[in-house]
Structures are given as structure tokens and as C-alpha cells.
Design a protein around this ligand. Structure first.
Ligand SMILES: [Zn+2]
Ligand SMILES: [Zn+2]
Length: 390
């Protein structure tokens, strides 16, 4: 037995953390949506390049911020390539006079751009990125020590294909399972994610547009890549975090804990995934939570939140331990379904969800919907018998 039950979150503690406001207590009322009063869903993009990445075009920091506000993002992380400035992002992206906003949460980050692959850093406050840059070619065990001392969230970017992530996944807390609007190119990233989950790693799956090119203003010249802005830009895809408060540190906490769903764009609905492990009719776990299996049946609820399209049928697929468990059809007018299963008493079990259907229009990036095809949203897992100290 490799997991340590002593360190696993007790169910009581999970309930304390969540405190869902389910006043009715009627577990069989499928149309009743959960009002999770313990936090707030915040949406944003975790992978965007500004003019401080040399291969980007027409993408000033102010343009990124103004666009993000216009499409009602709550947060954004500008992740410029560190190799373009020798790791000194603190004197480039973060000190750009345009790097400020009163309403949009601006995370501190950069794309760690190395010979062995790329990773994004997400931080609630400035950190010494130069130190991470300086050890990029060292053994992973040394990189891990520096990363730990910086107290940052590191995430594997576009892990398969060009610039594949050639480091140990033990260095990262999350993985970019949905890179850019072009959904189909993420199949290998999803496979790697399931491998990491199946091997006992509670690793958050997240999205990132990796947008480099903005739409030129009247005074700017188009580049040969300007066409990309219509296909892939901020919000394609959108990463939703269930944060305790509207703050930078709460966004990073939610990323650390897997309270995360991804949707095709900010207008598309996103998954909320809950479980009732105590059989009380109250959902006491949500995505990212881990508990000890009791060997008794657990009721799960999948809810599609946001702008579901009335009359549209959505196909909900539950993946259990990397394999399809079941597929359910739900309607846009009542976008909820439940299922029951018994997580293994002794071994590890995880469940995650994907939803396919019609992707909502995103007129600001008008050609992105065709690239997302039928992919509407994906959830993070609910875990049983995982070792939190792994
Ligand atoms: Zn990259
Ligand atoms: Zn990038």
C-alpha cells in the first residue's frame, strides 16, 4: 500500500472547506443546481505572450489587458518567454508601465523556455525568475530545489509535440491539457495527464491559448501572423478556477488544488463536478478533492455552469482511471446529471469529466469555434485513496 491513510483529508475536513449551500437537502431533485457559496468561479487565460516575447506581433500589454476586460475575464497571466530577456522578466513584462489593472487580476508569470521544453510559472507576487532560468539545464533534482525555494507554481506547457516537456513531471503541479483553440492537437497531452493521474499524481489539468498575435490597431502594421488573432486569442480556451476569494493568491491556490475546469471560450459553459461521499444528500467533495474510500457507493453530480444553449444536447463522458466509465446526454435547459459508483476500497480511483456539444459563439475570436470542434469543457478529477504527501 503506497498511500498513507493518516495523511489523507478526512471527509469532515473536506466538508468544512466546502460548506456548500444546499438548503433543500433534496438529493433526488436533479434540476436543482448547487449554489456553492464558499467561493467564486473566476475565468481567465494562463498562457499569453505580449510584445516582450520577440516572436509576438501587435500584442502590447495594454491591448491584452483591455481585451481581457472586454470579454469579462477575471484574471490573466502574461507568460513571456524568459530566454528572450535572459530570465530577467522582472525588468521587462512586470515593469512595463502598462502592466497594471484595477479590476483584472494580473498574475506574475513567465514561460520558462528551455532546450528540454517549456513550462509556465504562476505566482501571486513577484519572484526571482532569473534563478529558475539559470538552472534550466541542470539535473531535475537541482531544479526542484530552486523551484521549491521560490515557492512558485510550475506547469508543463504543450507537453507533447514541438517543445515537448522533457523534465520530470514531479517538478510541476499542473499540465496544459488544452493548448490553443485547436482541440484535436491535445490528444497526447490528455494521454500523458491520465498516465500521471494513474500513477498517483494529483496533477491539475489546465488550459492556455498561447496567443502571440493581436489585431493591429490603426497605427500598427499587420504581420504575417496577424491572421492567427481570428483563430486563437485570449480565452481560447478559458480556464475557470473555483477560488475562495477574488484575489491572486486564491487563483494560485485553486490551481494548486485542482479546483479547475476548462471551456472552449469565455462564453462557453464549464463543468462543476461534485460528490456526496457521506450519503447525506449534500455534495461534500468537488474537483481536486481527495478522500479515503469507504467501499460504499458514492453519488456524483455533473453540472454544466454558465451559458448552456437551451435545447442543445450535450454529451457528458465520465473517465474513471483513464478509461471511459459511461456517457450521458443532458439538455441545455437542465444541464445536470448524476451517477453512482463504488470507488475501490484499497486502490486508487479517480473520476474526471469531459463535455462535448455545440461551442458557444465567441465573436471576438470568430474562427476559434471551428477549431474547438465539439469540445465544450473538461473537469479536473475527484480522487479516492490518493496520497496527499506523494
Ligand atoms: Zn511554449
Ligand atoms: Zn507560449
Amino acid at each position: 500500500m503506497i498511500y498513507n491513510l493518516k495523511h489523507t483529508l478526512s471527509i469532515g475536513f473536506v466538508m468544512l472547506l466546502l460548506n456548500f449551500n444546499d438548503a433543500s437537502g433534496q438529493e433526488n431533485n436533479k434540476s436543482k443546481l448547487i449554489d456553492s457559496g464558499a467561493g467564486v468561479w473566476l475565468k481567465g487565460d494562463l498562457h499569453v505572450h505580449s510584445r516582450h516575447s520577440t516572436e509576438s506581433s501587435n500584442n502590447a500589454v495594454a491591448k491584452i489587458i483591455n481585451f481581457s476586460k472586454a470579454v469579462k475575464m477575471d484574471y490573466v497571466c502574461i507568460t513571456d518567454h524568459d530566454n528572450h530577456v535572459n530570465g530577467d522578466v522582472a525588468h521587462h513584462t512586470w515593469t512595463d508601465p502598462e502592466f497594471k489593472s484595477d479590476t483584472l487580476l494580473l498574475l506574475y508569470g513567465a514561460e520558462w523556455t528551455t532546450t528540454r521544453g517549456h513550462g509556465n510559472v504562476f505566482s501571486a507576487k513577484p519572484y526571482d525568475h532569473q534563478r529558475l532560468f539559470d538552472v534550466r539545464d541542470q539535473r531535475d533534482v537541482n531544479i526542484g530545489k530552486v523551484k521549491k525555494s521560490l515557492n512558485i507554481h510550475l506547469s508543463a506547457n504543450h507537453p507533447s509535440g514541438k517543445d515537448n516537456f522533457g523534465f520530470s513531471y514531479d517538478l510541476v503541479q499542473s499540465i496544459e491539457v488544452w493548448n490553443s483553440a485547436m482541440w484535436t492537437k491535445n490528444a497526447n497531452a490528455m494521454m500523458i495527464w491520465d498516465d500521471m493521474l494513474s500513477s498517483g499524481r494529483m496533477m491539475t489539468g489546465r488550459g492556455g491559448s498561447d496567443a502571440h498575435h493581436g489585431t493591429p490597431t490603426a497605427s500598427e502594421k499587420p504581420s504575417q501572423n496577424t491572421y492567427q488573432a481570428a483563430y486563437n486569442y485570449i480565452g481560447t480556451p478559458t480556464t475557470w478556477v473555483y477560488a475562495k476569494t477574488r484575489s491572486l493568491s486564491a487563483v494560485v491556490d485553486a490551481l494548486n488544488h485542482g479546483r479547475v475546469a476548462v471551456s472552449a471560450n469565455p462564453n462557453s459553459p464549464h463543468i462543476a463536478f461534485y460528490a456526496d461521499v457521506t450519503g447525506t444528500g449534500k455534495f461534500d467533495m468537488m474537483m481536486g478533492d481527495n478522500t479515503v474510500s469507504t467501499g460504499k457507493p458514492v453519488k456524483f453530480q455533473i453540472q454544466l455552469m454558465g451559458n448552456t444553449i437551451p435545447g442543445e444536447t450535450y454529451s457528458v463522458t465520465v473517465i474513471k482511471n483513464g478509461k471511459t466509465f459511461n456517457t450521458y446526454q443532458i439538455k441545455g435547459d437542465a444541464p445536470v446529471t448524476t451517477f453512482t459508483d463504488v470507488p475501490d476500497l484499497k486502490g486508487r480511483t479517480y473520476y474526471r469529466v469531459t463535455v462535448e456539444g455545440k461551442v458557444n459563439d465567441y465573436p471576438e475570436v470568430p474562427k476559434s469555434m471551428a477549431l474547438s470542434e465539439k469540445m465544450v469543457s473538461l473537469s479536473n478529477p475527484i480522487y479516492f485513496n490518493f496520497d496527499p504527501k506523494f
